[in-house]
Write a protein that binds this ligand. Structure first.
Ligand SMILES: Cc1cc2nc3c(=O)[nH]c(=O)nc-3n(C[C@H](O)[C@H](O)[C@H](O)COP(=O)(O)OP(=O)(O)OC[C@H]3O[C@@H](n4cnc5c(N)ncnc54)[C@H](O)[C@@H]3O)c2cc1C
Ligand SMILES: NC(=O)c1ccc[n+]([C@@H]2O[C@H](COP(=O)([O-])OP(=O)(O)OC[C@H]3O[C@@H](n4cnc5c(N)ncnc54)[C@H](O)[C@@H]3O)[C@@H](O)[C@H]2O)c1
Length: 472
């Protein structure tokens, strides 16, 4: 039996960070992982594979260069799934090494096997080579989520797939149905559409991404349709059937049938708590397998913490790793700041989207007087140079105080660019900062100045402003 200060179950970003933080405090730490590869969903089937796949799609299709060389331009004719996977495997191999090394350098014992409770401080890790009993003062649950599966048909990895199977496809299909237009559905639907696959995206909600600024969501819909995708919004998939190899049929509640070679099922994810035997520790999960925590990531059993996707929203790699670090700090009495409220969101669709702060619908609903300032990539020389003429950066700011309230971007580098706005928001800055600042030229960052000037033109110069404390 191994006696530990901290046991972490799960090696995704939240588990890694919790383990490393505790090890840095000189604690005796072990981490168990049942998958043959370390790194969790983030590294093996989720964030990193999907974002690398996207880079490979953009590069090999030559999509970014088509404004110069014409719509039929391709870096490689007939891009195959093998071409795309080659790129992904290189990145995954390098990253796997980085994670292994980091755990080793910090003296963290890594146990291979599935962990489950046999008591509030005791966990058994079961593997092919036997069972190991661990006892720990503190335990961090970082077991993440798995894709929800269709109730009526088997996910065979070729005709009916989830996001876990994309890199396992034998060939690129000619047609694909994507069920669920959440972030996963939209990212993959737009990537496959960019590859020339005829994609039909179905969602029961009437609009795409209802947490995104409506102008940005409309622009995404327009651009996806431009790549040949069909959007069936406000339509619910009732049944999925397989009528032979490469023939999936989705029947909608409206009676419509959509037939395609591959069907990607992406209607959400469920917490990986079933195998943990939570009841043995006096814990329970909700109907979606998630575990409840307090502001310090403590479960109802105070020495057991839960972090990352297992606790639900926002369920991002970025927030998960920070939650892991904060949980370990709290367990060992290290004061650490709490989770920031101002979270950026990045959606790696084609084109990419990013946002931070409030959006127009929220401000309108709350009666906050605001104004917008917009910069269009087609008027920014960097956008013209890179062939992105549809990008857009929108600033929302308080009409009276001029304080920045939100930043919404669609287009190249949106997910990087948003962090300038995030910093200004965090420090309570106004649009006058952007007007007075000098940005490198030519860059997309210049959009901030152009958008702020656009806003300036609507509300007047700062000397005319009534400076009061914001009412929001
Ligand atoms: C397709 C896709 C794309 C994504 N893209 C992004 C993105 O672009 N940006 C972003 O920020 N986030 C993205 N995410 C979300 C991100 O991957 C997750 O937020 C992140 O992986 C959560 O980390 P985690 O540590 O909570 O758990 P995970 O990464 O899910 O890791 C949990 C680990 O626990 C292991 N485990 C489970 N049960 C046990 C057990 N009983 N014993 C031992 N081990 C166990 C699992 O095998 C797994 O390795 C994406 C997710 C998906 C699916
Ligand atoms: N870039 C990123 O940050 C990123 C990328 C991918 C995934 N993620 C994470 O992964 C999580 C899961 O993403 P997801 O897209 O699987 O789930 P989701 O819950 O965000 O979206 C599921 C969608 O499926 C729709 N739906 C459900 N049942 C349906 C049916 N029968 N017919 C039609 N539509 C149906 C829902 O209306 C919803 O829009 C996200 O919450 C996010 O945290 C993040």
């Amino acid at each position: 039996m191994l006696d530990l200060d901290l046991l972490v179950i799960g090696s995704g970003p939240s588990g890694q960070r919790a383990a490393v933080q505790a090890a840095k405090l000189g604690k005796k730490v072990a981490l168990c992982e049942h998958s043959p590869r370390l790194g969790g969903v983030c590294m093996n089937t989720g964030t990193i594979p999907s974002k690398t796949f996207r880079e490979a799609v953009l590069h090999l299709t030559g999509l970014r260069q088509r404004h110069l060389y014409g719509q039929s331009y391709h870096v490689k004719e007939d891009v195959t799934i093998a071409d795309l996977i080659f790129h992904c495997e290189h990145v995954l191999k390098t990253q796997a090494e980085v994670v292994r090394d980091q755990l080793r350098r910090n003296g963290i014992s890594v146990l291979r096997g599935r962990g489950h409770f046999i008591g509030p401080h005791d966990v058994e890790v079961e593997s092919d080579s036997g069972t190991t009993h661990l006892r720990a003062k503190f335990i961090v649950l970082a077991t993440g989520t798995e894709a929800a599966r269709p109730p009526d048909v088997e996910v065979d990895g070729q005709t009916v797939i989830t996001s876990d199977n994309v890199l396992g496809l034998n060939a690129l299909p000619r047609t694909m149905t994507v069920v669920g237009a959440g972030v996963i559905g939209i990212e993959y639907a737009s990537m496959f559409a960019a590859l020339g696959v005829k994609v039909t995206l179905v969602d029961k909600r009437p609009r795409l991404l209802d947490f995104v600024d409506s102008e940005i969501a409309e622009s995404l819909s327009y651009q996806m349709r431009g790549m040949g995708a069909t959007l069936r919004l406000g339509e619910e998939v009732d049944k999925v059937q397989v009528e032979g190899p490469q023939r999936a049929v989705a029947t909608l509640k409206s009676g419509k049938k959509i037939v395609s070679e591959v069907l990607l099922y992406s209607v959400g994810r469920v917490g990986m708590s079933a195998s943990l035997q939570l009841d043995q520790a006096g814990l329970e999960a909700d109907a979606r397998g998630r575990v409840k925590v307090d502001a310090h990531f403590r479960t109802t059993v105070p020495h057991i913490y839960a972090v990352g996707d297992l606790i639900g929203f926002p369920a991002l790699a970025s927030t998960s790793s920070e939650q892991g670090r904060l949980a370990a700090c709290h367990a060992f009495g290290l004061t650490a700041a709490s989770m920031p409220e101002l979270l950026p969101f990045g959606i790696y669709a084609v084109p990419e989207i990013s946002m931070v702060g409030r959006h127009e619908e929220e401000l309108t609903a709350e009666g906050i007087p605001y104004e917008t300032g917009i910069a269009r990539y087609r008027e920014i020389v960097r956008g013209v140079m890179l062939g992105d003429d549809s990008g857009l950066l929108k600033l929302l700011f308080h009409r009276e105080t001029r304080r920045l309230l939100g930043v919404h971007i669609i287009g190249t580098s949106a997910t990087e660019l948003v962090h300038i706005g995030q910093a200004v928001l965090a420090f309570g800055g106004t649009i006058d900062y952007f007007v007075g600042n000098v940005f490198n030229y030519p860059t997309f960052a210049e959009c901030y100045k152009v958008a702020a000037l656009d806003g300036y033109n609507k509300v007047g110069r700062s000397e005319d402003a009534v400076v009061t404390e914001p009412s929001e």
